[in-house]
Design a protein around this ligand. Structure first.
Ligand SMILES: NC(=O)c1ccc[n+]([C@@H]2O[C@H](COP(=O)([O-])OP(=O)(O)OC[C@H]3O[C@@H](n4cnc5c(N)ncnc54)[C@H](O)[C@@H]3O)[C@@H](O)[C@H]2O)c1
Length: 381
């Protein structure tokens, strides 16, 4: 087995996603397992960490045992030892970084959203295509254990015709006024001018989840709120929330599936996981979460009768079965990284391109159009 070492510029990597999901759980985990198998080769990623703050980079590099880091992005963009550029910096900076990396001939991989407007997202995808560089966008939810289990059941025809989907995403994000309970998400998430807002964040995910599982989205109807008007930032200062912190949307697909998704940072969780989707089909139903997929077949479906005057004779949580409980899956981000690395080295297929990523930004933009116009909006093909 020969080794194929590949240099990866990891930009904006001192942030939450960059550090946890991409550096620790993906690139370093791949190195620890000896690389990614690709035919008779093992692909071994060689990261260089880049960002603005040398001290933060040094601390992260030391903590993770990574040798190379720099604040001089141009120097590594000019270095052929690093053919891949990855970006997990703040959303408003993404396009600028990708443009520089494309101009330097790098293959591109990046977090979502790929831009803050559909025009910019499409333009950067076209730039990458014109330059002939390989490119990809993170679409991690496709490799969540719960979703993988659900897709396998779908293929077997367990659900019959899928009719509707109800997605619930969210949890209580502390506003930060109580010093004992600081906010557990970055403050930019609640400022539109910094790329924040739950629609641009989550509708990017719902686009590829729904397109891949339930058919291409053809129409959207949406509502957004800023339920909590003031939060406390990382420095302890109050700030006005200019971005939406909850979104209530219906997406219709080409297959006629009605997908209703609530996304909120202002709800308390009383469900199995932070994200769950109830899928109802003619032959069976499922609640699909990050890790679990719990199903009820047509044969196991009880016969409820409406009568609020008595305790329900039916326990509605019975007659559901967890599918493949306890089965271990790799981290979703790592799985997509492995496919991307095989795409770069051996040209294996990678359909989750910047152009696909742009569709997520498009859905966010059309959701806003729906909110502003108060009506359904078509999602063009
Ligand atoms: N795939 C997912 O599920 C998922 C989840 C959360 C966030 N994200 C996306 O990941 C990105 C980062 O989000 P996060 O939650 O890690 O935020 P974060 O604020 O923790 O991290 C952003 C990082 O970018 C750095 N940065 C900002 N401006 C920069 C600049 N000009 N040059 C270099 N670095 C710069 C910051 O210092 C920080 O390290 C966002 O685009 C967000 O939408 C994706």
């Amino acid at each position: 087995m020969s080794e194929h070492r590949i240099g990866i510029i990891m930009n904006g990597v001192t942030g939450r996603m960059g550090t946890n999901q991409h550096l620790l759980r993906s690139i370093l985990a791949i190195r620890e397992q000896g690389g990614v198998r690709c035919g008779d080769r093992m692909i071994i990623p060689e990261p260089v960490l880049t960002g603005r703050n040398e001290e933060k980079l040094r601390v992260l590099a030391e903590r993770c045992g990574v040798e190379n880091y720099t604040t001089d992005l141009d120097s590594v963009l000019a270095d052929d030892a690093y053919p891949v550029f990855f970006d997990a910096s703040g959303t408003p900076y993404r396009v600028g970084f990708l443009e520089r990396a494309i101009a330097a001939g790098k293959d591109i991989y990046c977090e979502k959203p790929t831009a803050t407007s559909y025009g910019a997202a499409l333009a950067i995808a076209e730039k990458a295509e014109a330059a002939g560089v390989k490119n990809g966008t993170v679409q991690d939810k496709l490799w969540l254990p719960g979703i993988q289990k659900f897709r396998a059941l779908c293929k077997e025809g367990f659900f019959g015709e899928i009719l509707s989907v109800r997605g619930e995403f969210g949890y209580w994000v502390y506003p930060g006024h109580d010093p004992d309970r600081p906010a557990q998400r970055p403050s930019w998430n609640y400022r539109k001018e910094d790329g924040g807002g739950i629609i641009i964040d989550m509708h990017c995910h719902w686009r590829y989840v729904i397109d891949n599982l339930f058919g291409r989205i053809t129409r959207v109807f949406s509502h957004a709120s800023t339920h909590i008007p003031e939060r406390i930032d990382e420095q302890g200062n109050p700030y006005s929330c200019s971005a939406d912190d909850a979104a209530y949307a219906i997406f219709a697909t080409e297959k006629g599936v009605v997908c209703q998704f609530n996304s909120s940072w202002c709800v308390r969780v009383r469900r199995d996981e932070l994200f769950t989707m109830q899928v109802d089909g003619t032959e069976g139903s499922a609640t699909v979460g990050l890790r679990k997929c719990i199903v009820q077949s047509r044969a196991d479906t009880p016969t409820p009768v409406w009568n609020p005057d008595i305790e329900s004779p039916i326990d509605f949580f019975e007659d559901w079965q967890e599918v493949r409980p306890g089965e271990e899956f790799d981290n979703a981000f790592k799985t997509q990284w492995e496919i991307f690395l095989r795409h770069v080295v051996a040209d294996e297929p990678f359909p989750w391109t910047l152009r696909e990523g742009a569709k997520g930004v498009q859905l966010a933009e059309l959701s806003w159009q729906s909110i502003e116009e108060g009506c359904w909006v078509e999602v063009p093909e």
